[in-house]
Ligand binder design. Structure first.
Ligand SMILES: NC(=O)c1ccc[n+]([C@@H]2O[C@H](COP(=O)([O-])OP(=O)(O)OC[C@H]3O[C@@H](n4cnc5c(N)ncnc54)[C@H](O)[C@@H]3O)[C@@H](O)[C@H]2O)c1
Length: 366
């Protein structure tokens, strides 16, 4: 079968990770990179066409698919430019920077009929898939709630090299919690309301360093989430999963999912239950480990992108779904700022406009 021609927009931290993973896959032919720092990128990727203007990548290299790994504010414009040319997109998280731009992107993706996949790579971990299946099979009964922590101490250099990280929008809610919110939506179900408080007492930046959120799921399950970038702990998904070498592996569980007939620690996947399915606090409780193999989620994500482009799978996360994770995460920040409960249902509804069928000249043959 013919390889998929692909381009990458934005060769920064995550764009380079995608480029490295692409190099190891047999299914893709890299036809170009677009980055405003084209001279530097051209020196680092000799032999690959590099464009300073991403539109030239789209029009001259004519890829069938593109990975958008540029700053958040550019995702909508670049995604729309791809859609209008019939180019499939793997778009980094957050899908866009605002709900309004997400709605514009969704409309164009639907109109063009292209395939879209949002880069919430955690969905591609085998441990996450196993957790989702275990909860879906009701092995701990109906989910009653979840208790979660994401806490680590970011070094001073993290803020010095990018001063926007100490301003509004640069804190752990919008940078880190969005992955966790997406993970919870994927595994437990839709989030319908949030409440939150936030604090900047540890670093005294304009943005929060610590927050606590209350989450209500559509199923009626409730959740609590503590997040901080100013506390040393082994409890982040990155450390627990051993997701990348820059986050030393702890193997520790930062999530506890509580069900009517048992509970599960994640990512260690330790299931707790009572003999014979008993639900009695006077009966002994025992643990059982559930096995899940470890895969590189970025590689698994590329494999899934290939499958949806070839029509062999449905996208695990089209742009509409990425927009829901954005809405829920923005709502945590809003709830913390306003000190009130934010209901999300009507916000999701604003994204649900009808699908516009694609015309044949908008779709390129792949
Ligand atoms: N899924 C993940 O694990 C993960 C991890 C980090 C970042 N991200 C997301 O990826 C995106 C990029 O983040 P990053 O940390 O790699 O940022 P970065 O600043 O390291 O890289 C962004 C790159 O985009 C380039 N760029 C800027 N304007 C451009 C333009 N107009 N056209 C083409 N290129 C342009 C920059 O020169 C830079 O090389 C963000 O949306 C971020 O949220 C995802």
């Amino acid at each position: 079968m013919k390889n998929i021609t692909i381009g990458v927009i934005g060769a920064g931290l995550i764009g380079r990770k995608h480029l490295a993973k692409l190099a190891g896959r047999g299914d893709y032919d890299l036809v170009g990179i677009a980055d405003v720092n084209s001279d530097r990128i051209a020196a680092d990727y000799p032999g690959t066409p590099v464009f300073a203007d991403y539109r030239k990548l789209l029009d001259e290299a004519r890829p069938e698919a593109v990975i958008i790994a540029s700053p958040n504010q550019l995702h909508a414009e670049q995604g729309i430019a791809c859609a209008r040319r019939g180019i499939h997109i793997l778009i980094e998280k957050p899908v866009t920077d605002t709900v309004e731009t997400a709605a514009s992107l969704i409309a164009e993706v639907r109109k063009a009929g292209i395939q879209s996949l949002v880069g919430h790579h955690r969905r591609h971990h085998q441990q996450v898939r196993t957790l989702k299946a275990t909860l879906g099979d009701k092995r701990i009964g109906d989910v009653v709630g979840v208790s979660a922590i994401w806490a680590t101490h970011k070094p001073a250099a993290y803020f010095e090299i990018a001063p926007w990280r100490s301003q509004a929008g640069g804190g752990p809610i919008l940078i880190n919690l969005i992955h966790e919110i997406d993970f919870l939506r994927f595994t437990v179900g839709e989030i319908v309301a949030v409440e939150a408080i936030a604090s900047n007492r540890q670093r005294s930046f304009a943005v929060e360093d610590t927050a606590a959120a209350l989450i209500e799921f559509d199923s009626g399950a409730l959740g609590t989430f503590f997040i901080s970038d100013s506390a040393v702990s082994p409890w982040t998904s990155e450390q627990g999963l051993g997701e990348a070498p820059e986050f030393p592996f702890s193997g520790e569980s930062s999530y506890r999912f509580l069900g009517r007939t048992g509970s599960i620690e994640f990512p260690a996947l330790v299931q707790w239950s009572q003999a014979g399915g008993a639900q009695d606090w006077n009966k002994p409780i025992q643990a059982q480990r559930i096995h899940a193999s470890s895969v590189d989620p970025y590689v698994a994500q590329l494999d899934h992108f290939r499958d949806i482009i070839r029509g062999n799978a449905r996208s695990l996360q089209p742009v509409e779904d990425g927009a829901r994770s954005l809405i829920a995460t923005l709502a945590v920040a809003e709830a913390a700022a306003g000190g009130r409960r934010v209901d999300l249902r009507h916000r999701y509804e604003t994204l649900a406009s009808p699908v516009v069928p694609a015309t044949s000249d908008q779709q390129r043959a792949s």
